[in-house]
Write a protein that binds this ligand. Structure first.
Ligand code: MG
Length: 461
């Protein structure tokens, strides 16, 4: 009995002295489900991501909360469907350089949650949650910010080449001077136009530097690459190297960067205390042909609520916390906030409606995913719901030109376990499932009726 007590005391003290884990989120832009070697791509070489998946968890049914940039990012950082914080809009699809809005300061980000536990926090890369001073990362719980405030194709210089004309050619190389995108350090513009040829390299180096500087304390690093969103840029070393053309060059540089980050974490000896998540904000931009990615077996891509728009290639890595394997249960970027809060011993917001689940049991190999359903929103409209294997669509956008609503003859039902490509509508055969999922849609619509007003519509006067 005495020995048992001693053991328990010992275990408890080990538990108490365990350091809160560091979190690194590497977030790509417009990366497709089928673009990584470990997700089946035959021509893009991603050895470091493949190794990361081998050593960690590859999630095959992981979702972003919206198929375009701004709302998807808002959802990741707040753990709430973007309709709740007014970050999806029927008026404007994302923020633009003339947008006046941003993520409301009343929203609580992962960085703010982790500040309860004195985490160091940094945002590197693309923000896209409001570019005016009051909306920047340093106003949303991040100690520092180094990156571009919106998409890399914005601030197009008038009279320069139209990207669409050459985009189907894998060797067409855009000119970085055609996009007057600013590079910012905190609230200050330090370079304009940002040299996008070296941007993946520089974002990676900033991340590496940050990890080294903060290795002795818990930190949260949000590294949001601005690529492979078009226009595509890769540095000299990667240009013209991939069999997949320029898109492949871009991905292979990102893969190199992931390797640099994992190597740094190991060199600093903090691999047992660090969890790295690799994913993307939405699916591939198919309108740009070979300059866009591939959704693999999934239907459609960016801008749509088909699986190709919202199911994203996702890897969790962390030798001290993540049990290696492939996870085919559901997860979402909505779940990162509650998962990180649980692992850090911080309190997730409890004064508002939250949409995420704590996935730490799946990461640690002790439990199943608590997520069994998912709602598909875009442009402030609820398009579909998934429950277990079943997905019911009530609205759709066109697969390539997602700017247009697609006509439907009625609700469509797909079984995603047997029909990953959403090819066979089985609504007629399963009226009881249609009616159950229809009730779920209605209930979710009612539950989101008290959402914040649209933050995307307002323009700078
Ligand atoms: Mg995107």
């Amino acid at each position: 009995m005495r020995i048992l007590t001693l053991l328990l005391v010992l275990l408890a003290s080990v538990e108490l002295s365990a350091r809160s884990p560091n979190f690194v989120v590497i977030f790509c832009d417009d990366l497709g489900y089928g673009d990584l070697g470990c997700f089946g791509n035959p021509t893009i070489a991603t050895p470091r991501l493949d190794q990361m998946a081998e050593e960690g968890q590859k999630w095959t049914q992981f979702y972003v909360a919206d198929p375009v940039c701004t709302p998807s990012r808002a959802a990741l950082l707040t753990g709430r469907y973007p309709i709740r914080n007014g970050m999806t809009s029927a008026a404007r699809v994302v923020f633009f350089p003339d947008s006046a809005g941003g993520l409301p300061s009343s929203e609580i980000t992962i960085a703010e949650v982790l500040k309860q536990k004195d985490y160091a926090t940094a945002a590197v890369g693309k923000w896209h949650l409001g570019h005016l001073p009051q909306h920047l990362p340093i106003e949303q719980g991040f100690d520092s910010y180094w990156g571009i405030p919106y998409s890399n194709d914005m601030d197009k210089v008038k009279g320069t080449q139209n990207y669409r004309q050459g985009a189907e050619d894998p060797y067409f190389y855009p000119d970085t001077n055609h996009y007057d995108v600013p590079l910012m350090d905190g609230a200050e513009i330090i370079e304009r136009p940002a040299d996008q040829n070296t941007i993946t390299h520089r974002f990676t180096m900033k991340a590496v530097e940050y990890i080294k500087e903060n290795a002795d304390r818990p930190f949260f690093l949000y590294l949001a690459h601005s690529l492979p969103h078009i226009p595509l840029f890769a540095s000299e070393r990667f240009r013209g190297k991939s069999k997949r053309g320029l898109y492949g060059d871009v991905l292979e540089e990102i893969d190199w960067g992931v390797g640099e980050i994992l190597d740094t974490i190991r060199a600093e000896g903090i691999e047992s205390d660090t969890i790295v998540v690799f994913t993307t904000d939405n699916g591939p931009w198919l309108a740009f042909k070979t300059h866009g990615g591939s959704a693999g077996p999934l239907r459609a891509g960016k801008g749509t609520t088909f699986e190709g728009g919202q199911r994203v290639p996702t890897i969790f890595w962390g030798p001290g916390h993540v049990t290696p394997g492939t996870v085919s249960e559901m997860g979402s970027t909505l779940d990162l906030l509650p998962t990180f809060a649980a692992l850090a011993g911080a309190q997730a917001p409890n004064d508002r409606k939250m949409d995420g689940y704590d996935l730490s049991g799946v990461l640690e190999g002790t439990g199943a995913s608590p997520r069994d359903s998912f709602h598909y929103w875009t442009r402030a409209k609820l398009h579909a719901v998934r429950s277990g294997p079943w997905k019911l669509h009530v609205q759709q956008r066109e697969p390539i030109n997602y700017g247009r609503v697609a006509p439907m003859n009625g609700p469509e039902l797909y079984n995603l376990e047997t029909d990953i490509s959403e090819a066979y509508d089985v609504a007629d055969a399963h009226p009881e499932i249609v009616s159950r999922l229809m009730k779920m849609l209605k209930a979710h619509e009612a539950d989101t009726a008290d959402s914040l007003p649209d933050q995307l519509a307002a323009r700078i006067e």
